[in-house]
Design a protein around this ligand. Structure first.
Ligand SMILES: [Cu+2]
Length: 107
């Protein structure tokens, strides 16, 4: 009984959040690859980078106007990054150069 009530509160809450706030898209890192190669977002949207590997990753971008570095990300953790300006963002992993994700941020 308690379990069902708890789940419905969570579902109701996330529905409300998605109607009010920008979107948050989950991207998994597994087998030293991103679960997506290309993603299109709107300004203000976020990606939550999930480390589904048993090794450390380090997501970053050096694209002009979009530089960020989430630092060493341990296995099983999730780190969110918001995209606040339009443009094309090349996302990489500092530890595994073959990991590539392109984010197109639209206005
Ligand atoms: Cu990596």
């Amino acid at each position: 009984m308690f379990g069902k009530t708890f789940v419905s509160i969570i579902l109701g809450g996330s529905f409300l959040a998605s109607a009010v706030f920008a979107e948050e898209v989950a991207v998994s890192q597994k087998g030293k690859t991103f679960s997506e190669k290309k993603i299109t977002l709107k300004v203000g949207d976020s990606i939550s980078f999930v480390n589904d590997d048993d090794i450390t990753h380090n997501v970053y971008s050096r694209s002009k106007g979009h530089k960020f570095d989430i630092g060493a990300q341990r296995p099983g953790t999730t780190v969110s990054h918001q995209f606040t300006a339009p443009g094309r963002v090349k996302v990489r992993c500092a530890i595994h150069p073959r990991m590539k994700l392109t984010v197109n941020v639209e206005e």
